[in-house]
Design a binder for this molecule. Sequence first.
Ligand SMILES: [Zn+2]
Length: 147
Amino acid sequence: MWDDGEMKPSTRAVITSWLLALAPLVLVPLVFVAVLRSGARPIPFPRVEVPDEPFVRDHCTWSCANHGCRHVAALPPILTDDTGLFGWAVRELHKSGDAISPEDSFRGYRAINLAIFCAAWPAVMFALWAGTIRARSRRHGLAGVRS
Ligand SMILES: [Zn+2]
C-alpha cells in the first residue's frame, strides 16, 4: 500500500502504460513513411518540391491538387466542394497565411499548413491519447491516483 491507501502499481503495469502512451510517437511516423514508400511508384522521402504528376482517371494525383480535381467525390459536397467545408478550410488557411506573411501569401499558407497539420493537430491527438492512457492508468490503480 502507498501512503494514500492505494495499491502500489506493478513495474510491468507502469511500463505498459508508458509504452502505450509513447507508441503513437514511434508508430505514426513509421506507418506514414511506409505508406509513402509503398505502391508502384514510391514517393521520394523527403520530398523537396510539389510534384507535377499527370492526371489519372481512377484516382487523385498531384494533378488534382495543382490544377483542380475532376473526379467524382466519394463524400458529400458539403464536405468536399469549394463552397463546403473543404473550400472554407482552404480559404481560411490562405487568409491566415496572408496575415502572417503579407509579402508572400503562399509562404504564409505553407507555414500555416505545417503549423496546423504537422504540429497543432498531432499535438491535440497526442493529448487526447495521453488522456486516455492516464484514465486507463487511474482505472487500473497506477500513478496519479490522488484526484
Ligand atoms: Zn482528383
